[in-house]
Design a protein around this ligand. Structure first.
Ligand code: PEP
Length: 258
């Protein structure tokens, strides 16, 4: 098993392109990322692109300081798993990050917490940093059980592999009701959940708690990024819609630098 040795940045801004873009548009967007974001000092920018464009991301981002990643990973090493893409294949394209457990996948493809946990470990074993999405639905928030829900999502990984696997991993708190809705969590709502995640992991493994990065995702935009990223225990963001607009994305990434 290979272990991760790369140094963690202070903050992260991860672009989630989802199933959007094409070869021509991507080229313009990635070139704009390079032009506007290569000088960041404290923030690692990561572009998580659809699988077919990993080679394009690699060729345009290599040497720029901006990393690239995928939006899913196969949980098996290799074999007859039609339609799956393995960790080793992602590594062949220089992929260093992978988004896991995004609510759009969890709902549409019925991904269980156990499945996500296995993918988390496969990624780590191949030196790919997992960006694990956790978060509650609106009904769960209204019922006041958001800590229980997020706690359970983390517990599956902890029970299967131990809290130490969160060393140098990334958790993204993404309330489902905030994703793509234009309605971001307030800084106070985010603060409480990020503190909960940090305390939960720290309580079990202080090194892992210290070295875990916790991002906020859900309708981050150029207007709310500074306020959200200023909150204690928010180490950057996972950005969907605004990552497809180079100017908006630049403002968000620069907000993470302060
Ligand atoms: C996401 O899909 O992870 C996300 C945060 O999307 P948006 O920024 O569009 O809410």
């Amino acid at each position: 098993m290979k272990t991760q040795t790369k140094k963690m940045a202070k903050n992260f801004v991860v672009a989630n392109w989802k199933m959007q873009g094409n070869f021509k548009q991507n080229q313009v967007l990635l070139e704009a990322y390079v032009q506007s974001l290569s000088d960041l000092k404290e923030t690692q920018v990561v572009a998580c692109v659809p699988y077919p464009y990993l080679a394009q991301a690699q060729s345009l981002l290599q040497g720029s300081g901006i990393a690239w990643g995928a939006q899913n990973i196969g949980k098996n090493e290799d074999g007859p798993f039609t339609g799956e893409v393995s960790a080793a294949m992602l590594r062949d394209f220089g992929c260093e990050y992978v988004i896991l457990g995004h609510s759009e996948r969890a709902t549409a493809y019925c991904e269980s917490d156990e499945n996500i946990a296995q993918k988390f470990m496969v990624a780590k074993a191949h030196g790919i940093t997992p960006v694990l999405c956790v978060g509650e639905t609106l009904i769960e928030r209204e019922a006041g059980v958001m800590e229980m829900v997020v706690g359970k999502q983390l517990d599956t990984i902890i029970e299967m592999y131990g809290a130490n696997v969160f060393v140098d991993a990334i958790v993204s708190y993404e309330p489902v009701w905030a994703i793509g809705t234009g309605l971001a969590a307030t800084p106070d709502q985010a603060k409480a959940m990020h503190q909960f995640v940090r305390h939960k992991i720290t309580h079990l493994d202080s090194d892992a708690g210290k070295r875990l990065k916790i991002l906020y995702g859900g309708s981050v935009n150029p207007q709310n990024a500074v306020q959200l990223f200023a909150v204690q225990n928010i180490d950057g963001g996972l950005i969907g819609r605004c990552s497809l607009n180079a100017q908006e994305f630049e403002i968000i990434c620069r907000a993470a630098e302060v």
